[in-house]
Ligand binder design. Structure first.
Ligand code: HAM
Length: 425
């Protein structure tokens, strides 16, 4: 007996099929175009890396402690599937030492062994961007503007930006000590997991979503009160830049984000169209030490990741990015039976039109049914009578009357271009 469950996508993963995948194409194309305008180039790194690369994101993080898909390959190497996108980009930077500033964007699947729910998956896709090699608050503003305008270009309006500063090497130790003291004083009875986190890295308590811990988190000291002068000046300049660009934001003093590598500016975009438990549709921040932690030169850097699935859930809730019901410009119906249909379809496609046809010698009636269902704007009938007159018959499949006309065969391409795009080629 075969087990039917093995022929289903594993729990926490899913297939993306047409026509829904058109929304993916739109999201990726919008991001790629915007990233290009901002001077970013595409970087592609392997789906798996040596496990040490990802361990750099922090021993105290959920991703490293419980969620990594680790395996040993047949050569005995310890590898892991990418749980997050920054560490591999930094690894590639350290390996190839490109010129700075290195401005790159990526599109990649990410793997985390999480408890699946709507908007939280074991495989999710991220669009991300990183700028490596510059410590300038103007870069922070540019990176945030790249993401912020992307949501706007997609038509999302219910997106809010929260920012915070994690401080620098000077500010953080004093804050961590104060936070640890506060948490230990008030949380003695909150259990082993709480105490373990406080001992290992009290910042990881701040981003936990455990309701019982919330009162203690709400009363915790604020990082902003511990910033060095340099860190405070950097953060103020980021706020000024965002204001100058007309990008609204709120300061979220306890936004620390879930990775140990963050320093200085951190930010998150939340969508009010999503359930609160997974309303982050993107987030990122500075990680000024990560490259040197991996053996590279000191390389202050900043970036973000955007979850494509969550963007699509938000888009659906906001009623934007709906797939165009017109998927083809023309569907060719073959009433002749020789090579004419093959030639006509090829000619339409080569001219830049979206064209398709039926296969397998179906009747003309059956072909018209497929034409109706294909999402085509026009049906193009190749009949023997029309062929004798040097014409084709065209039917408008998108008007209830199904307007018909005859067009000279030699003018078909121009006619279709004008009728679908409004201008001749
Ligand atoms: P992250 O916040 O873990 O950051 O992930 C970025 C985004 O990916 C989240 O805001 C969310 O939209 C989406 N996401 C994360 N986990 C899941 C999941 N299990 N299912 C669906 N969507 C998810 C990072 O990964 C950092 N590497 C971002 C960064 C880049 N920081 C600096 N540079």
């Amino acid at each position: 007996m075969t087990n039917p469950d093995v022929y289903r996508a594993p729990v926490g993963t899913h297939d993306v099929l047409p026509p829904d995948s058109e929304r993916w194409t739109a999201v990726v194309a919008t991001f790629a175009d915007r990233a290009r305008r901002f001077g970013f180039g595409l970087v592609l790194t392997p789906v798996f890396e040596h496990v040490e690369v990802f361990q750099r994101v922090g021993a105290s993080t959920d991703v490293v402690r419980k969620e990594m898909y680790e395996f040993t390959d047949k050569g005995g190497r310890n590898l892991a599937l990418r749980p997050e996108g920054t560490a591999p980009v930094v690894r590639a930077f350290v390996q190839h030492h490109p010129q700075v500033p290195w401005k790159v964007w990526y599109l990649a699947p990410h793997f985390r062994y999480e408890r699946p729910q709507k908007g939280r998956y074991r495989q999710h896709w991220q669009l991300g961007a990183e700028v490596m090699g510059v410590d300038d608050p103007d870069v922070d503003v540019e990176v945030i503007a790249l993401a912020s305008g992307f949501y706007r270009e997609l038509g999302l309006t219910r997106v809010r930006l929260q920012i915070n500063s994690m401080g620098d090497a000077e500010s953080r130790p004093a804050y961590v000590a104060a936070l640890r003291a506060h948490l230990l004083a008030g949380g003695a009875d909150l259990g082993d997991e709480f105490v373990a986190r406080v001992e290992q890295n009290p910042l990881r308590v701040l981003d936990a979503k455990v309701p019982a811990w919330q009162p203690l988190i709400d009363s915790a000291p604020r990082l902003a009160d511990f910033l060095s002068d340099a860190a405070a000046a950097h953060f103020a300049r980021v706020g000024d830049g965002l204001t100058a660009l007309g990008i609204p934001f709120t300061v979220a003093p306890r936004l620390v984000r879930g990775f140990d590598y963050y320093t200085s500016t951190t930010f998150e975009f939340v969508s009010d169209a999503l359930d609160a438990a997974q309303n982050a549709i993107g987030g990122g921040g500075r990680y000024d030490q990560l490259a040197s932690d991996m053996g590279g030169p000191p390389t202050p850097s900043i970036g973000f990741g955007i979850g494509i699935e969550r963007v699509l859930i938000a888009a659906e809730a906001e009623g934007v990015l709906t797939p165009d019901p017109i998927r083809l410009d023309a569907f060719v119906v073959d009433g002749i039976g020789d090579a004419t249909a093959t030639a006509v379809v090829a000619e339409l496609r080569e001219s830049g039109l979206r064209a398709d046809r039926a296969y397998g010698g179906r009747s003309v009636k059956a072909q018209w049914k497929l034409a109706d269902r294909s999402g085509a704007r026009f049906g193009v009938m190749l009949g023997t009578r029309e062929a004798e007159r040097g014409t084709v018959a065209i039917k408008d499949l998108r008007t209830p009357e199904g307007d018909q006309r005859e067009v000279p065969r030699s003018e078909l391409v121009t006619w279709l271009h004008t009728s679908t795009r409004g201008a001749p080629t």
